[in-house]
Design a protein around this ligand. Structure first.
Ligand SMILES: [Ca+2]
Ligand SMILES: [Ca+2]
Ligand SMILES: [Ca+2]
Ligand SMILES: [Ca+2]
Length: 463
């Protein structure tokens, strides 16, 4: 959901702000924009998704009250099921105050309104990722007739030809991102000032980006989204009693409860929104319990999907076997692999021979093509074998093998260095240490840290 003022909506009937450029830039990704406003003037891109939440002239508080009032645009925008919000708002907050603009105004009016926007975005979507744009600079002169603050006024109220009032607003957004970002709902600062030149990238009005300015904004948003979507995986640990730990270096672990003792932890993107969440396989009954919501800190998570999968004795693991962005489950049974592409009970969509009885299976993408293949750790030899993508029946090719870890290690697979391909890692019970390797070749670890207790179970993903 794109939230903002006319820099987002575009000039009425003329353009679509940065939205047209952003849509083209995000074409390789499966993006659905949401919002109760819709405008596509001037955007000739095929399949352009015109939905948005930008409004010309809006201050932050005006936007909040419109967005939550169904009588304005037909619904409460904060109740839409957005996964990511891109917010570029505040430029108009300086309007109407003219030379009453000072730090007190910023502290007492503007900052609470910015914080209210964050709170509203999270109200019905507690796991939303919020990308906050550092506002593009403006370049218009003071216009006392309309009460607009000129761009030659610094945010402490003085006149300064080099200053810019939006810088005071950007300091507020940076402060909010620093103190209000959480694991469950990250706030990522996107700096649109980088490479943005005034007046070169602005229309003659000194406020709205022109073609080059819009392209720069679109590129900044897209890069921030892509690095968020392709962020590094990390190891998670689950206590035998079902208490999960997500490591936050320098801070206490983020913990929550999910599943029963003896459940086998899974962690994946069960709904394709780019965020991994917990799952559990209960070997005694063959049931799988998945949730698409990361439980709040200290809270107990509840399964949103429950289904029967496999037989007692099967080894259950997860991955995205068809590259549609949704993780589903697979089974290893006596050297045969069964993969299913939907999260429900049913027969395998793909099955093939790979490995031996007793091998431990993991889903992962060693060649980074977006389709998960299968890793097998063989405790008897200490070797790990992998196949890049699921074959269509028959016997899977072994695309690589490596020696890493020792038989008592608990194996995991993930993209530890965020370069797009998955590689091996282990949790070693004897010294309660995570060892990660960035390449699928024999060699020593690239990263290691002591964490947790030896009887905890590892899983991996990007929460
Ligand atoms: Ca998800
Ligand atoms: Ca899939
Ligand atoms: Ca692959
Ligand atoms: Ca990698």
């Amino acid at each position: 959901m794109l939230v903002g003022d006319s820099i987002t909506s575009g000039l009425s009937g003329i353009d679509t702000g940065y939205r047209c450029e952003l849509w083209s830039r995000l074409a390789p990704h499966d993006v659905d924009l949401v919002g109760f406003q819709s405008s596509s003037a001037g955007c000739g891109t095929p399949d352009f998704d015109p939905d948005h939440e930008g409004k010309g002239g809006a201050t932050t508080i005006a936007r909040i009250s419109e967005m939550e009032n169904p009588s304005v645009f037909g619904g409460n925008s904060f109740e839409l099921a957005y996964d990511v919000a891109l917010v570029h708002i505040g430029t108009n907050d300086k309007n109407g105050v003219n030379f009453g603009w000072d730090q007190t105004y910023i502290d007492e009016i503007i900052e609470p309104n910015f914080r209210l926007m964050i709170a509203k975005l999270r109200e019905n979507n507690p796991g939303v990722t919020i990308l906050v744009g550092q506002l593009i600079p403006c370049a218009h002169g003071p216009d006392e007739g309309t009460g607009y603050l000129g761009c030659n006024v610094t945010h402490d109220g003085g006149l300064d030809n080099d200053g810019n009032p939006v810088e005071g607003l950007n300091e507020v957004w940076a402060r909010i991102a620093a103190d209000s970002s959480t694991l469950e709902s990250p706030i990522v600062l996107v700096d649109h000032r980088v490479g943005f030149e005034t007046p070169f990238d602005l229309l003659p009005d000194g406020v709205h980006p022109n073609g080059s300015g819009k392209a720069k904004m679109a590129e900044n948003w897209a890069q921030a989204l892509e690095s968020y979507w392709q962020r590094a995986d990390s190891v998670l640990l689950v206590e035998p009693g079902g208490r999960w730990h997500i490591r936050q270096p320098g801070e206490d672990d983020y913990t929550f409860w999910y599943g029963n003792p003896a459940d086998q932890p899974l962690f994946g993107d069960w709904d394709g929104d780019g965020i991994d969440t917990p799952g559990m396989y209960r070997p005694g009954t063959g049931f799988v319990y998945l949730t698409n919501t990361l439980p709040g800190a200290g809270e107990v998570g509840f399964a949103e999907l429950e289904f029967y999968f496999g037989n007692p004795g099967d080894q259950v693991f997860s991955g995205d076997w068809d590259g549609d962005g949704i993780d589903t489950l697979g089974i290893a049974r006596k050297g045969r692999i069964y993969l299913r592409n939907s999260n429900d009970t049913g027969p395998a969509d793909v099955e093939f021979w790979f490995g031996n009885k007793g091998d431990r299976p993991f889903g992962g993408d060693p060649d980074g093509n977006g389709i998960d293949g299968v890793f097998l750790y063989r405790p008897s030899s200490g070797f790990t074998y992998f196949t890049n993508d699921p074959p269509v029946g028959g016997v899977a090719a072994t695309d690589g093998s490596l020696f890493f870890g020792v038989p008592s290690d608990r194996f995991v697979v993930g993209d530890w260095d965020a370069d797009g391909d998955d590689s091996v890692g282990v949790y070693r019970p004897s010294d309660a240490t995570v060892y990660l390797r960035y390449e699928n070749t024999t060699g020593t670890h690239d990263e290691a840290y002591q964490w947790g207790q030896g009887n905890w179970s590892p899983t991996a993903g990007a929460p």
